[in-house]
Design a protein around this ligand. Structure first.
Ligand SMILES: Cc1cc2nc3c(=O)[nH]c(=O)nc-3n(C[C@H](O)[C@H](O)[C@H](O)COP(=O)(O)OP(=O)(O)OC[C@H]3O[C@@H](n4cnc5c(N)ncnc54)[C@H](O)[C@@H]3O)c2cc1C
Length: 438
């Protein structure tokens, strides 16, 4: 496929992976880029990154991702991204009741941080309540049995604001956006026969229009399988719960600067957002999938409000315990803005950044964020530029397209090393929601 900076390129999905790709393409001199998103605005309500904040912690069990996240961290500190990055530190612990699996995972992360030449000097061991309070004096709970480490190198990103900010930059650079259910939802990729097999000639949108393109980049997050059915069960739409507590101005102010408070067996929360006074929390767990019995494929339930306004009772119990251990004054506060947030999981937690097979290298898929992709927002597009380079192939084995051999609904949450808990079908927690109304 001959390359030209004037090629019409279509990006489907204005989430973290799609916007980053548009940015890198523009910066590399591509001039004809159109982005489609089914949401009415950026950030789209369907984006996993449409959220107050995401953890930016480079330590991974796999040194490849550690180094990649350190590269991303450098980019978060550049003028374009710096307004959305807050280096509060990461207080990474287990509670005294944590199962061995959570303790082992913590140890692997700790080792990754302590043994890394860049990270090690930022790491402080935590073995008692007073060690923890030295890093976060606001935590006045008993912190029963809590231990772990504090990493000052880390922090969080304001993800919704970051998407919004980069969207504005892209609009200013001439990237065209089609947003909204009718004009922005891509229904299909259009193919034609070429001498080398099938290749794309564009996409169709829900309003019935065809938009021509030489290259189509699919960055639809948890919905990957709906446009590229060939991914089959290699990408599994999965969700975790998110909840918030509405604080007062004074409470927000008192908690200003707290690190991310993370117990691997319970969940985590962030510094409250000064604009909204919302404190965001996420419970730890194996997540929820929504498997179609006939196809074996998990996709997010539709419509959008199927994922909004409830918190599974096990998740609520974990969050209340997390608060009782750390900030007991908040332990019984109502949770607001509750939802399930859907991402694209893969069995090894590896991204999929590759050409779609049999597309004559005219369709790229960016998926499989596996719930840890937002930290890479500033650099995802550079991986696409690498794919478009002379070799026109993914050289990183972990990110290559994989054929669909994984058994659907097999509960990856039970085997993914960094998660604790089992994976549950969405229909089972919806039953709880229905009962709770009685
Ligand atoms: C609860 C939760 C917590 C997380 N925490 C962290 C964290 O702490 N740190 C971290 O690094 N990462 C975290 N993540 C992961 C992070 O949110 C994702 O890695 C990231 O958002 C993936 O980006 P994406 O572009 O692939 O998908 P998304 O951001 O979901 O974007 C996909 C976009 O595609 C659009 N779309 C879908 N289908 C169509 C269609 N047919 N036509 C047009 N548009 C379409 C959607 O509207 C959406 O805007 C978390 C995820 C969740 C769910």
């Amino acid at each position: 496929m001959a390359g030209s900076r004037q090629w019409p390129i279509v990006i489907v999905g204005a989430g973290a992976f799609g916007l980053s790709t548009a940015l890198h393409l523009i910066q590399d001199g591509y001039t004809n880029i159109t982005v489609f998103d089914r949401g009415d605005e950026v950030p789209s309500p369907y984006s996993a990154a449409n959220d107050l904040n995401k953890i930016m912690r480079p330590e991974y069990e796999d040194p490849f991702y550690t180094n990649l996240a350190i590269e991303a961290m450098a980019a978060w500190k550049t003028p374009l991204f710096a307004p959305y990055f807050h280096r509060t530190g990461f207080l990474h612990c287990v509670s005294g009741k944590a199962e061995q699996r959570a303790k082992d995972t913590l140890q692997r992360f700790r080792k990754a941080a302590e043994s890394h030449p860049i990270l090690s000097k930022f790491v402080v061991p935590l073995s008692s309540r007073s060690d923890i309070q030295e890093q976060a004096w606001q935590l006045d709970g008993d912190l029963p049995g809590w231990h772990g480490y504090f990493n000052r190198f880390d922090g969080y990103t304001h993800s919704a604001d970051a998407l919004r900010g980069i969207y504005r930059v892209l609009q200013g650079c001439g990237v065209r956006f089609f947003l909204g259910e009718s004009v922005g939802t891509v229904n299909s990729i259009v193919y034609e026969q070429s001498p080398n097999g099938k290749r794309t000639k564009g996409v169709t949108t829900k309003d019935g229009k065809i938009h021509a393109a030489e290259l189509v980049i699919i960055a639809t997050g948890a919905k990957a399988a709906s446009l590229v059915p060939e991914v089959g069960t290699t990408v599994e739409a999965k969700s975790w719960s998110v909840a918030h507590i509405q604080l007062t101005d004074e409470e927000t102010s008192a908690l200003r600067g707290i690190p991310i408070i993370y117990a691997r067996d319970l969940g985590f929360y962030f510094e409250p957002d000064p604009k909204t006074n919302l404190l965001k929390l996420c419970p730890m767990g194996g997540g929820y999938i929504n498997t179609n019995k006939e196809t074996g494929i998990s996709l997010p339930p539709e419509p959008m409000n199927a994922s909004v306004g409830f918190l599974p009772k096990e998740d609520e119990a974990k969050l209340r315990e997390l608060l009782r251990h750390t900030l007991p004054a908040l332990a019984d506060r109502p949770f607001v803005k509750k939802s399930l947030c859907w991402f694209a999981d893969t069995v090894g937690s590896h991204f999929i950044i590759d050409y779609v097979p049999n597309s004559s290298k005219s369709v790229i898929i960016l998926s499989g964020d596996s719930g840890h992709g937002f930290k890479m927002f500033p650099i995802v597009g550079s991986w696409v530029l690498a794919l478009l380079g002379p070799q026109k192939a993914q050289s990183n084995e972990q990110w290559k397209w994989k054929s669909s051999k994984v058994k659907a609904g097999s509960g990856w949450g039970d085997v993914v090393s960094w998660r604790v808990g089992t994976t549950t079908e969405y229909k089972d927690i919806r039953r709880f929601k229905a009962e709770s109304k009685l």
